[in-house]
Design a protein around this ligand. Structure first.
Ligand SMILES: Cc1cc2nc3c(=O)[nH]c(=O)nc-3n(C[C@H](O)[C@H](O)[C@H](O)COP(=O)(O)OP(=O)(O)OC[C@H]3O[C@@H](n4cnc5c(N)ncnc54)[C@H](O)[C@@H]3O)c2cc1C
Length: 252
């Protein structure tokens, strides 16, 4: 088991107070909700469960430290983009649902800013949007097609803005910029600060986080680690790319 997580990534290395470690599970425990994995999925789930019911007894079992996985060391884009959504938008049958989902994705970017501010999580959240720029005629053609598509969906103007050459250059002095599309629903974050800050916030809300507690097996409500078992009325597996390492699980 590691003792120092600075070397995991630039993001972890740039947390000044070093990554403080939480105790591991050493005994048998029982909670209403047991969450396996302290990444964004597990921790945001715990956060919103606590908003719905502050009395809910929740614990999280984490193999390494909160934010060890992709959540603590990603590209830092808090983006409203969802891969695959364009296919659903293009299909008449799924378009209405996809537009609703897109609205929810837009709102999520805002929500992360509001919650981190409310909870005092200093994750360097900066919602300045996302800019796509054409620097070659072929890019421009593609951007024009995209703009026509956004118009047909009713998204142009409200969420996305077309910028001409001068407007792009006023924003950024990009050499050879021909035009751009600016989407306001995108922020930059420091991913490790967000993950570690979220873990601290959860503890202040009464969620128990055990680090260095790799789960070995899950049988219904019983979760097994080498040093103790956790029983949960509800057990949530939020181990993302690591899930196949759990006994009885495989890659989807
Ligand atoms: C290189 C990279 C760049 C990315 N850039 C972006 C980006 O810019 N913007 C964006 O929105 N998304 C980005 N993503 C995707 C995003 O980071 C992930 O979708 C997201 O962090 C997944 O969160 P998660 O909580 O589901 O998984 P994870 O963060 O992987 O969390 C899973 C947790 O489970 C723990 N775990 C695993 N096995 C066990 C076990 N047996 N017992 C207990 N705990 C266990 C792990 O240690 C880990 O902490 C990027 C991903 C990668 C890999």
């Amino acid at each position: 088991m590691r003792k120092d997580y600075h070397s995991v990534s630039f993001w972890h290395d740039s947390i000044a107070d070093s990554v403080k470690l939480r105790p591991a599970l050493t005994t048998d425990i029982q909670y209403e909700v047991v969450i396996i994995g302290a990444g964004y999925t597990g921790m945001w789930t715990a956060y919103y469960l606590k908003q719905i019911n502050p009395d809910l007894d929740i614990c999280i079992l984490e193999a390494e430290i909160a934010g060890f996985g992709a959540s603590g060391r990603n590209g830092g884009w808090c983006s409203s983009h969802l891969s695959g959504l364009d296919n659903w938008l293009a299909n008449e049958k799924t378009r209405a649902g996809a537009l609703h989902l897109k609205d929810l994705m837009f709102d999520t970017v805002k929500q992360i800013g509001l919650v981190t501010e409310k909870e005092g999580i200093d994750c360097h959240y900066e919602r300045s949007g996302c800019l796509e720029v054409a620097v070659l005629p072929v890019h421009l053609k593609r951007l024009q097609n995209e703009w026509a598509h956004l118009n047909s969906l009713g998204l142009a103007g409200e969420h996305y803005n077309w910028l001409n050459e001068k407007e792009v250059r006023n924003l950024f002095n990009i050499d050879k910029a021909l035009a751009g599309i600016h989407l306001q629903h995108c922020a930059a974050v420091h991913p490790a600060r967000l993950a570690r800050g979220l873990a601290d916030c959860l503890e202040s809300l009464g969620v128990k986080i055990y680090e260095h507690s790799p789960v070995e097996k899950i049988e219904g409500q019983l979760v097994t680690t080498a040093a103790g078992n956790a029983k949960g009325e509800t057990v949530l597996i939020t181990t993302e790319g690591y899930t196949a390492n759990l006994t009885g699980h495989k890659h989807a």
